[in-house]
Design a protein around this ligand. Structure first.
Ligand SMILES: [Ca+2]
Ligand SMILES: [Ca+2]
Length: 333
């Protein structure tokens, strides 16, 4: 196949895959598909301020919801009522942060062209600091009002069926995860530095977890991933050359992998070929770019790797990889 034909083949395959997933009407297990609106919705009950809510939705590859019109508002509010969550206020993706009085949705639609059922007297920009809209069920059936963007409330994210793309190999909506045929897991190297706790939370938003290393081949694969992933120049204070992974010793109970099981790896996978005792503040797990495991302070910011298990793989190779050879030459650092 010549390169052009190959390219067309890939484009057609990819389009077909996304189409297949669209016919299944599935985005994520925590989103509900509403057929009349051709979209998926999730109500986040944990309160956040407006900027955080917008970020959480974006990290799920959705948007902070604001109804496009009255019909969507009515159908959504009936879905909201059916959830019996007791939630009476929801932040929506509508703000006048950029220009006072000129409301705009997070996806760039003018506030004049979308659902605009403001409560009488709202938006009033009370105290000169109210720039973010919310739906207030206490005021009546779906009225909007403005409030301080720093106030925390529940919110909803929305994903349209039209915008759904699908990573067939990883069986997930995130195209930037890559499949490792050796262990049936998909990985993504994140190049926005976060501390360990934040990194762990972000992986979970992608319905994955911080990556776990169980044997030398996992470590080697992740080391290769750090080389093959383009890394942008990131300013600011963070630890370069290390990557948070999914193990920790935060409660002095010994090293555990995320999910709570004891961490069972060959000592040779650790930097210096010994397992740290956890006697200092370095209670979170990471690896050097060459795949060696290290303990670091949980507050240290660095790049990190998320994984998602797709298929259980047991082949003769998996048994072979359990036989681990020490790193030649011992510690490099
Ligand atoms: Ca305002
Ligand atoms: Ca107000």
């Amino acid at each position: 196949m010549n390169p052009k034909t190959l390219l067309i083949f890939f484009i057609v395959s990819f389009a077909a895959d996304s189409y297949g997933q669209k016919s299944k009407k599935f985005f994520r297990s925590d989103y509900t598909y509403i057929d009349e609106l051709q979209s998926f919705y999730k109500i986040h009950s944990i309160p956040r301020n407006w900027t955080e809510a917008k970020r959480v939705c974006a990290q799920e590859q959705a948007i902070l919801f604001h109804p496009d019109n009255d019909e969507e508002a009515q159908i959504f509010i009936s879905f909201w009522n059916k959830t019996n969550s007791g939630i009476l206020w929801l932040l929506v993706g509508l703000s006048d942060i950029l220009v006072e009085g000129e409301y705009e949705t997070v996806d760039g639609k003018s506030g004049y062209d979308v659902y605009k059922n403001w409560f009488p007297g709202e938006p009033n920009n009370f105290g000169g600091i109210e720039n973010c809209a919310y739906i207030d069920l206490l005021k009546g059936p779906g009225y909007l009002a403005d409030q301080d963007c720093n106030k925390q409330n529940s919110f909803s994210c929305k994903k349209t069926l039209k915008s759904l793309q699908w990573n067939e190999q990883c069986d997930m909506p995130y195209l930037d995860y890559t499949f490792n045929t050796n262990n049936g897991k998909c990985y993504k190297l994140h190049t926005t530095p976060l501390n360990w706790t934040e990194a762990n939370a972000l992986c979970r938003l992608e319905q994955s977890s911080l990556a776990k290393v169980t044997n030398r081949r996992d470590a080697e694969y992740l080391a290769k991933l750090t080389v093959s992933t383009p890394t942008p120049k990131v300013k600011g204070k963070y630890q370069r050359g290390i990557y948070h992974l999914g193990f920790y010793n935060r409660f002095d109970e010994g090293w555990q992998v995320v999910g709570g099981k004891p961490m069972l790896v060959d000592l040779n996978l650790w930097y210096g070929n010994y397992q740290p005792e956890g006697e200092n503040l370095d209670q979170c797990g990471a690896m050097f770019f060459d795949g060696r495991l290290i303990d670091i302070n949980c507050d240290t910011k660095s790049f990190f790797i998320c994984e998602r298990e797709v298929k259980k793989v047991t082949s003769p190779d998996d048994i072979a990889q359990q036989i681990i050879q020490p790193f030649v030459g011992g510690g490099l650092y």
